[in-house]
Write a protein that binds this ligand. Structure first.
Ligand SMILES: [Mg+2]
Length: 346
């Protein structure tokens, strides 16, 4: 077992940044900086995200490779929300000297394996010695045809709200894991989370996939007027999507994708399903405003990329107002934190 202290910074960085040879990487890892070649007529799109030990994950629940994949997904999802093609990544790590090199390489392999199918490669990085909490930071660069990125601005009254996947599943996975951990103080997997039936919910939390291919398939149709990825929860991110356009949104309860597994988890956890579905949850799904004339293009892109996709409501001229509208037309406020359980109570 080798530690970072034994191997040294230079050699560790060399191991962490192998294999970036491709035409758009003019100078790869090993020099003072990477030289990247973007294409004429394209905009460069940049995002960054970090994981901090003890804050963003429960170590017992994530292997180093899964942690790497998750960091990649958080960044990939931001580029998907902008309809940008992922290309180049810079990885910065703060690690303790006693960190095992093998586990760091596993982390890197998980990260690179998540980036590769979406077209991105690590072109450089930095390794810093820390004494306390470790952290992992990824900067991801992508490209998009000039002026064609999606943004959060642009939703207008009458535009359709669309959502990919089944939001709330990541929250359910995390809640199940927490419930299991509190049942087993040693931190080992408890009975609830061990149940294979919950696997899709745990995967949604631990092994999310960004909607890159769907976004890239949909982008040329010019159907999307505003977009955001769900990193904090459906209601909270919907509020962010409404704000720049000065609009509100009616979420139609009846047309939200049904999710019996999520409902079963909510019952097991003793939570209202609306709390899981609308409250804090890092699902890395996309929330989109769609031009109603182009709804078929959106459905086609979803079909072609095998992406679960549903229209879930309509943007309104009621600035900042989020409502959950039931099948009979009854309207209840959705707070940006999620479903407001106290609304209407006296
Ligand atoms: Mg985002």
């Amino acid at each position: 077992v080798r530690t970072l202290r034994e191997l040294g910074e230079q050699e560790t960085i060399r191991l962490l940044t192998r294999g970036a040879a491709r035409a758009d990487v003019v100078v790869g890892p090993g020099d003072d900086a990477a030289v990247l070649r973007s294409d004429p007529g394209e905009d460069l799109v940049a995002t960054t995200d970090a994981l901090v030990e003890g804050r963003h994950f429960l170590p017992a629940w994530l292997t180093p490779a899964e942690r790497g994949a998750r960091l990649a997904t958080a960044n990939l999802s931001d580029l998907a929300a902008m309809a940008a093609r992922p290309r180049w990544a810079l990885l910065a790590i703060g690690a303790r000297g006693e960190h095992e090199v093998e586990s760091l390489l596993e982390f890197q392999n998980g990260l690179a394996a998540a980036l590769a199918p979406e077209g991105a490669v690590v072109v450089g990085g930095n390794l810093t010695a820390v004494r306390s909490e470790e952290w992992w930071s990824l900067t991801l660069l992508g490209s998009a045809a000039r002026g064609r990125t999606w943004t959060r601005a642009g939703a207008r009254p009458g535009h359709l709200l669309a959502v990919t996947g089944r939001p709330g599943r990541a929250a359910a996975g995390l809640a199940l894991a927490r419930a299991a951990e509190s049942a087993r103080p040693d931190g080992a997997a408890g009975p609830a989370a061990d149940d294979e039936a919950w696997r899709p919910l745990l995967d949604a939390w631990l092994r999310p996939r960004a909607r890159v291919s769907f976004a890239l398939a949909l982008s040329p149709a010019n159907a999307v007027t505003a977009a955001i990825d769900i990193s904090d929860g459906l209601a909270g991110d919907l509020a962010r999507l409404c704000e720049p356009g000065g609009v509100g949104c009616d979420v139609q309860a009846a047309v939200l994708p049904e999710d019996p597994l999520l409902e079963r988890a909510a019952a097991t956890l003793g939570l209202p399903v609306t709390e899981l579905r609308f409250g804090p949850s890092d699902d890395y799904e996309l929330l989109l405003a769609i031009d109603p004339m182009k709804r078929h293009a959106a459905e086609r892109a979803a079909r072609e990329t095998g992406t679960p996709f549903a229209f879930a409501g309509r943007f309104t001229d009621r600035r900042g107002e989020l409502s959950l509208v039931s099948a009979d037309g009854a309207r209840q406020p959705l707070s940006p934190r999620g479903f407001d359980h106290f609304a209407g109570q006296r």
